[in-house]
Write a protein that binds this ligand. Structure first.
Ligand SMILES: NC(=O)c1ccc[n+]([C@@H]2O[C@H](COP(=O)([O-])OP(=O)(O)OC[C@H]3O[C@@H](n4cnc5c(N)ncnc54)[C@H](O)[C@@H]3O)[C@@H](O)[C@H]2O)c1
Length: 258
């Protein structure tokens, strides 16, 4: 099992879903964890739970659509713990929209959270990582980056852009021993995913129907992503940068639930 003992990790969007799974797993591996969210009650609850289990955690509230707030998330970790070793860019807007008629406001909102915020957090984190002799940035992407479901047009483009940022940053930041890798996540069962299905008016049958299309007979769980993220965050992957790991990738161009 990877060790994150002594590492300071910032995980955006970690009050629920995949981000929370990553934060809890990182804490269990010895990391000091900064929880980020928009809802203070949720963030406080997440930190209290980690503290009860004997872990060191703190929370910061920020809307990542805002430039200053993005920088503040990473600066909070530096003020609280003295630096940043690991940044996980997990928060994202999964708003639906077709490219042919998505309003420009939707496009902008998605790009701000899914692409600009990771860029800004990366900039802030690298300042600290340089002084600490290195670090690891893990970007949470989606298998939609390759083509994407039609109804997830702008979202899919944002995740493709994130993949380019991962590889570009990896190429330039290796001089500081800062590694940058990406996990392209497949369909994962989270509270957010269940909420979206409810909003789409789907009944309870959506889950078995979804599972029937999946290669492993289940949807992914936050822990599947957390295990992969721990590998990239830890020194187990000390020689790995610019890498993209696909979880549950379907053949490019032929998603089974198209
Ligand atoms: N669940 C899936 O099936 C799936 C599939 C592929 C990729 N992913 C990716 O995994 C990551 C986590 O997704 P999840 O399923 O846990 O979703 P989720 O909706 O539960 O979590 C997303 C997080 O991002 C935060 N966020 C969104 N907009 C924000 C903003 N403006 N400011 C601050 N925070 C904001 C939300 O508050 C939430 O905490 C995302 O990057 C998502 O694109 C998820």
């Amino acid at each position: 099992m990877a060790s994150l003992a002594g590492k300071i990790a910032v995980i955006t969007g970690s009050t629920s879903g995949i981000g929370r799974g990553i934060a809890e797993h990182f804490a269990s591996l010895g990391a000091r964890v900064v929880i980020h969210g928009r809802n203070e009650a949720q963030a406080r609850e997440a930190v209290e739970r980690l503290s009860r289990d004997g872990h060191d955690a703190a929370f910061v509230i920020a809307d990542l659509a805002d430039v200053t707030a993005c920088r503040r998330v990473v600066r909070f970790a530096i003020e609280r713990y003295g630096g940043v070793d690991v940044l996980v860019n997990n928060a994202a807007s999964t708003a639906r929209g077709y490219l042919e008629d998505a309003p420009v406001e939707l496009w902008d909102a998605i790009m701000h959270v899914n692409l600009r915020a990771p860029f800004l957090c990366l900039q802030e984190a690298v300042k600290s990582m340089r002084t600490r002799g290195g670090g690891s940035i893990v970007n949470i992407g989606s298998v939609n980056a390759y083509i994407g479901e039609p109804k997830l047009g702008p979202y899919s483009v944002s995740k493709g852009g994130l993949m380019t940022m991962t590889r570009n940053a990896a190429a330039t930041l290796n001089r500081y021993r800062v590694r940058v890798n990406q996990i392209n996540v497949g369909w994962t069962l989270t509270e957010g995913e269940e909420r979206v299905k409810q909003q789409e008016g789907k009944g309870k049958e959506w889950l078995p129907e979804a599972i029937a299309t999946r290669p492993f007979g289940r949807l992914l769980a936050p822990r599947d992503v957390a295990l992969a993220a721990a590998y990239f965050a830890s020194d187990d992957s000390a020689a790995v940068t610019g890498s993209v790991m696909d979880l549950e990738q379907y053949p490019v161009g032929a998603p089974p639930n198209w």
